[in-house]
Write a protein that binds this ligand. Structure first.
Ligand SMILES: Cc1cc2nc3c(=O)[nH]c(=O)nc-3n(C[C@H](O)[C@H](O)[C@H](O)COP(=O)(O)OP(=O)(O)OC[C@H]3O[C@@H](n4cnc5c(N)ncnc54)[C@H](O)[C@@H]3O)c2cc1C
Length: 331
């Protein structure tokens, strides 16, 4: 039994205020200890040359983090076909992490696209991100090749019928620029998944609510497959603005303000980028999101530090960190 007299009136108010003040002023606990480790994946573009030393080092740095897969982009129209395959083979031979090949069908015949599918399979790659691809520069409308696929739904169905592939498709939280409406875009996503894809990976976005409301709308539209948020760490604001314009992603004003005056300070930009991106991930984690697909832009140090903040550790982490630390770019 508590023999102390109850606190009442002004003393109670003062006590509550004092406690609230202490709570507000507490150091924020290390986020990593509070949440379970997320599942991650990494996206790269194929290096210009095979045997590229920077690409090898990038793979070596990120592989120990135990991602679900590492994906390599594919130039629409087949422009990077050989380099993409070579990069996928480099992942297969150097990494424990499985490789996922992107594949676009725009501007190509069905036969030539399916040949690429077969070359992926022959190289031991059964994970494919099946995409239509962007129309060539200067045009905004998709026009199917005379002997080609009608779009991603058609492509997914053809690959699914060709063998045992693990297929993913693209999704657009802020609507694809060519979609008639957000609802039509979701219908289309559902058709891609129903055609044989197991998951969707999203275009990048900057506000957690953009993804969370999309996730809710997708569930309401009957989509039950996992939707993995695509996370773009912003290192170079002008380049990000250009990419965002092209794919219809909104860039909040606060992001521009954060990078003001940092044009000549790449190391500080890196700190800001890691903080902002990790915060986006943790805010999503707080809403039950536990998978993240990182657009690495082939910059391992930034993605690695975000994963570190999120609590991911691997054997030899200290050495990897020391090596990466040397490589923070000078511009
Ligand atoms: C995670 C991710 C990775 C990517 N990787 C690459 C890459 O490696 N290489 C590359 O070139 N591009 C890549 N892209 C970009 C992608 O190719 C473009 O966004 C392209 O314009 C659309 O491809 P899609 O597969 O989403 O197309 P689709 O899903 O076929 O169509 C795009 C949109 O058009 C509308 N649409 C199409 N057909 C219909 C229809 N019959 N009825 C109604 N609406 C329709 C829908 O709104 C749909 O969302 C990637 C995108 C993402 C999100």
């Amino acid at each position: 039994m508590n023999s102390k007299p109850a606190i009442t009136g002004d003393a109670l108010r003062a006590s509550v205020e004092e406690t609230a003040g202490r709570l507000a002023g507490r150091p924020r606990p290390a986020v990593a200890t509070l949440r379970s480790e997320p599942e991650i994946s990494f996206e790269f573009f194929p290096p210009a040359t095979t045997g590229d030393e920077h690409f090898r080092a990038t793979l070596e740095a990120l592989d120990p983090l135990g991602a679900d897969f590492m994906s390599v982009t594919y130039g629409a129209g087949g422009s990077s076909q050989e380099r993409t395959l070579a990069a996928l083979q480099a992942i297969n031979s150097r990494c424990q992490t499985p490789a996922m090949g992107h594949l676009t069908c725009i501007g190509a015949s069905r036969d030539s696209v399916l040949e690429v599918v077969d070359s992926y399979a022959a190289a031991g790659i059964n994970r494919i991100l099946a995409l239509r691809g962007d129309p060539p520069a200067g045009t905004t409308e998709f026009a199917a090749h005379a002997d080609g696929f009608d779009g991603a739904v058609d492509l997914v169905a053809a690959i699914a019928g060709r063998g045992d592939f693990d297929l993913s498709v693209a999704a657009y939280p802020e609507k694809h620029p060519q979609a008639r409406s957000a609802a039509a875009d979701l219908d289309h996503l559902k058709r891609k998944l129903d055609a044989g894809a197991r998951r969707a990976i999203t275009q990048f976005f900057f506000e957690p609510d953009t993804f969370l409301s999309f996730r809710d709308r997708a569930a309401a539209a009957g989509i039950s497959a996992p939707i993995i948020p695509g996370i773009l760490p912003v290192m170079n604001l002008p380049r990000t603005l250009a990419m965002a314009r092209q794919c219809g992603t909104a860039v909040p004003a606060w992001l521009g303000q954060l990078f003001q005056g940092l044009d000549d300070a790449p190391q500080i930009r890196q700190l800001v980028a890691a903080t902002v991106t990790a915060e986006l991930c943790t805010r999503l984690q707080d809403q039950g999101v536990h998978q993240f697909h990182f657009y690495t832009l082939n910059r391992p140090e930034l993605t690695w530090s975000i994963c570190h903040i999120l609590g991911l550790r691997a054997a030899g982490s200290g050495n990897v960190a020391a090596n990466l630390n040397q490589r923070i770019p000078a511009a």
